[in-house]
Design a protein around this ligand. Sequence first.
Ligand code: 6PG
Length: 634
Amino acid sequence: MAVYIVMGVSGSGKTTIGKLLAKELNLTFYDADDFHPPENVEKMKNGNPLQDEDRKGWLAVLAENIQKWNKSDGAVLACSALKEKYRKQLTSIPKENLRWIFLWADFKVILERLESRKGHYFKPEMLTSQFEILEEPNYGLRINVNTSEENILKRIMVNLNASEAEIGLIGLGVMGKSLALNLLSKNIEISVFNRHVSGKEEDVAKDFVQENADKYTFKGFDDLKEFVSSLKRPRKILLMVNAGAAVDAVVESLLPFLEKGDIITDGGNSHFKDTLRREQALKEQGIHFMGCGISGGEEGALKGPSIMPGGSSEAYKQVGLILEKIAAKDKNGNPCCTHIGPDGAGHFVKMLHNGIEYGEMQLIAEIYHFLRFHTNIDPEAIADLFEAWNEQMKSYLLEISVDILRKRESKGFLLDKILDAAKQKGTGGWSTNAALELGVPLDTITAAVLARNISGMKELRVEVSNLYNPINNQNGNLDEIKDELFRAYKTASLINHATGYDLLRVASSEFSWNLNLSEISRVWTNGCIIRSGLMEDLVNIFKDSNNHLLLNKNIIFEIKENQASLTKTVGVSLQAGYAVPVLSAAANYLLNFTSAQNAANMIQAQRDYFGAHTYERTDKPRGEFFHTQWKNNN
Ligand code: 6PG
C-alpha cells in the first residue's frame, strides 16, 4: 500500500491537509509530531529549534512505522521532512509506494498563517530558520497552499490520480499558454504538452507548469503517451499548434494513443477544407474532430475569447461546456461560444471573421493615412477624432487604433516608425477564394487583401513612386471633410459586414450547415477582434431574417443617408492622391448592387460574339438562351 507524506515548513497546513487527504483516500492519518520523544517537544515549547541529533531517533521510529503502514493499509503522514537527508531516512519502503506531497508558499504567506494560529506550540520566529534549512524536493508533488483547503485537496487529488485532467492542451505558444491559464482560472483540470526539440523547445511544458506553480497545479509533458494517459476518458485534446502540416503531424502522432469516442479540437486558424478532410478521416476511426475558431488574440485567450466550434453535436456535448466556461460573455452574461455547425463550419466562420477583420483594419488604415497626409494633422489629433467616432461605433479595432495613434517613442510617434508593409497569414485571402468558388461578391475584403499584397511590395513601390511622382495634396481641410468621412466610414463598414455575411449565408446553404447568423453575431459581440456596436445590432437584425443585410429597412435608411458621402469621399481622396481601396470597393459594390441595370449586357454580347456562349433577352422569359451571328449583322 502507499504511504503519503505531506511535508513542508510549520504553518504550511500539513496536519489539516493531511487529515483531509486521509479522509479522501480512506486511510489513517498520523502526525509525525506525535512521535517526538518528550525531550524534543519540551525543546520546541521553549522556542529552541531542534538539532539534527535530536531528530535522529525520531526519524528512525517514523521510518519503522512507514514500513509497517506500507505492509498493512497504507497511511497519510504529516511530517516537515525539510532536509533531503531526513527524507532519505524516511524512505524505508520502495520509492513507488512513497508519495511525497510538498506543501509550500512564500515566507510572507506562511508567516501570516502562523500569526493567525492559536494554541500551537510553534513560535512564528522559528519560521526563518525553517526556511533556511528547507531543501525543496525535486520529486513528488509541489502544491502551493495559498488557496482554500478545498482547492489544495483538489489539486493534490488531480495530481495523484494520473487520469484526472478534464482536458489536455497541446502547443504552448502565446495563444496556447493564455488558453491554458484561462482554463486553470476556471478551475478546469488540465494537462499540457509541448514537443521537445533539442536546443529550441526544451522542457517548455514543465517550465510552464513551474512558472505557474504558485497559482495552479497541473501537469506538463513532453511525452505524448504520458500526456494522453493523464486525461479523463473520453480524452478531450485541444490543439493550439500552427495551422497546416503541423496539425496533421500532431493528429498522426496522437492516434496510436487514442480510443473511439475521444475528441480532438483544433483551436488554430485552420482552413475549413482541411478541417472537413480531417473530420471525415477521423470519423472513420471513431475519433471526433472539431474545428474550432478562437478569436481575441493573447488577451482574449487569457481573459475570454470568442469561440466558434464546428463538428458533430456529440463532440460538442463533450467539449462545449468547457469552451463555454472559458469564453467571453455577451451583454446578457451568456458565453460567446456556440455550436456553429457540423464539420468545417466553425473554421469557415472564423475565416470570415478574419476576412471582415481585414476589411475593417484596412478601412481604418486608409482613413488614417488620408487624414494624416491630406490634412496634415498629427496622430494625436486623429486619435481624438477616432475616439469621438467610437462613441457611436463602439468598435474594438477603432479603439485599439486610438491607442496606436497616441503611442509615442522618444520624441515622435511610434506609428511613424513602423514599416508600411503588412503581413498576412492567409485567412483574408481564403475568404476571397471561398467567395470566388461560391460566386459571391466580396469586394471590400478582397480589396483589403490586395492592399496588403501591394503594401508588401515596398521596395518596388519606392522605386515606382520616383518614376511617377504621384500627386500628394496636403492642403485638405479637416473641418470640411471629417463629417462626410465619418459617414463614408460607417457605410463602408456596413458593406464590409453585409458582404461577409452574404458569403456565410451562401456557404451555409452550399454545405448544408444551417448557420444561425444571429447567434454567430452574438458570439462576435465580445471577446473577438471585430466586436462593435454594429455587431450588437446584427444579433437582432438576423433574428428576424437571414436575408442580405442591404434588404433590412433600417440599413436601407442609413445607407441612403450616407451613400453620397461615401462616393464624395472616395472622389476627394483619389483626386488628392490617396489610395482608398476599401472605401472605393464599398462605393462600387453599393452602386453595382443597387443598380437594376448594369454593364453586363455588354459582357454577355461579347461572350456570345467570340465564343457563342449565348445570352438571355430582356424581352423573353429567363432561362431561354439565344445566339447571334454578330458579323453578318442581320
Ligand atoms: C483573432 C485574429 C487572429 C490573428 C489573425 C491575424 O481573431 O484573434 O484574427 O486569428 O491575429 O490570424 O491574421 P493575419 O496575420 O493574417 O493578419
